[in-house]
Design a protein around this ligand. Sequence first.
Ligand SMILES: [Zn+2]
Ligand SMILES: [Zn+2]
Ligand SMILES: [Zn+2]
Length: 460
Amino acid sequence: MKRITIVLLVTIMGGFIVSCPDEKTPNHSHNWGDWEVTIPPACVEKGEEKRACGGCGEIQRRDVAVNTSAHKWGVAIPATCTEDGNSTGDCELCGRPASDATIPATGHNYDNWTEISAPTVTVDGEEESICTHDSSHISKRTLYATGTLGLVYTLIDNDRAYSISSRGTVTSGEVYIPVFYRPDTDSDYLPVRRISYVNPNTDAGVFSNQTEITGINFLTPSNITNIGAATFLNCSGLTKIKIPARLISVGGNAFAYSNIIFDVTENNIFSVIDGGKGLVRNNTELVSYPTATDSIILPIGLTSIGYGAFMRCKNLVNITLPAGITIIGNEAFRECNNLVNISLPEELTSIEVMAFYACYSLTEISLPTGLNEISGWAFMGCTSLEEITLPVGLTTIRNWAFNGCTSLISVTFMGTITEANFNSNVPFPGDLRDKYLAEGGGIGTYTREAESDTWTKISQ
Ligand SMILES: [Zn+2]
Ligand SMILES: [Zn+2]
Ligand SMILES: [Zn+2]
């Protein structure tokens, strides 16, 4: 054992100080040169350096410690259309990502579009483009069905949508309302959201009075949210309409004086009654009932009769409004020439402008005690109405409310209407307003001879 130890010691020491084995340089002391790196250290691997003896040429080697910042970066990763690249790859030794030198994705570049199929009035077309960065990238986009050509569009909603603002040259046949519109191929497609109310002074809606229009079709999925007032007024050729899925609001008289039956299967806000004859919004507002005939009893749950809901329903004879209705809207029963009887609920508070205008056959109407306002022209031209009792709660009578009621010969006031709320623009034929407001007037019954302008108070 002792011998082995000595041999090992000699072997280890020998290289350093003992002697040079070369016979030509016996017994010299080594003359070491400088250390020089032979294998540089890396992030996870140590390196090596060496030095040589100038006398005997002997070489010594030793490790160089790991250098944690000496990574061996991989090859660069080019950016693509959709993925970022990098100026180097990850470190091949330790895997450290070379995140400092990201090259952003280039994005596709679709410059030239080629039509594959042209859109028609009712069917979408398609176009495609090849990415100039990578010809394996092909993009397709829809060329939206045009809808009926000839309609006029106006930008709305801060130039983010279109409204159909005029029928333009469209006056007959089946009409198709597009989902999107663009005026030319350089413009973006924008949703068609509204059909405008064109001219408030003439009751002209976009398609009003176009009796030769036979159908209105909203291409799906329609973006229409609003149908303006009077849009389809007097479109007598229209027999059905599928309410578009996103429709929220309908302007007054939009479907009035038509023959429309409603289909609401795509919409959550609107529902129908009487097999589609009546259109209801939010389960409470009777929007339209243009085909009403004979005798009708409306369902419980409604709270208002919408603007023009029964306008010019010439074959409506009797109607019962359910408990809970508080408002009869503008023109609701206007020109219902054959309406003889209407039963009003106790909850009714307001009869709005022209609600019963020119209901020539209305002979009798019982106004509920809670009614507080009769608006302008409300019963104007009801030429068969002979007597009326104005309930105790009634506080306001507006312009021309009973003007033109040529047969009206008996009016009973149950309550007090102040001069300010008893409009001076001929609310009754003759001098009834003056007599009511004069000393000795007020609550009571007033009569006149037929066609006389002079009224006489006959009882308190
Ligand atoms: Zn030496
Ligand atoms: Zn590394
Ligand atoms: Zn691309």
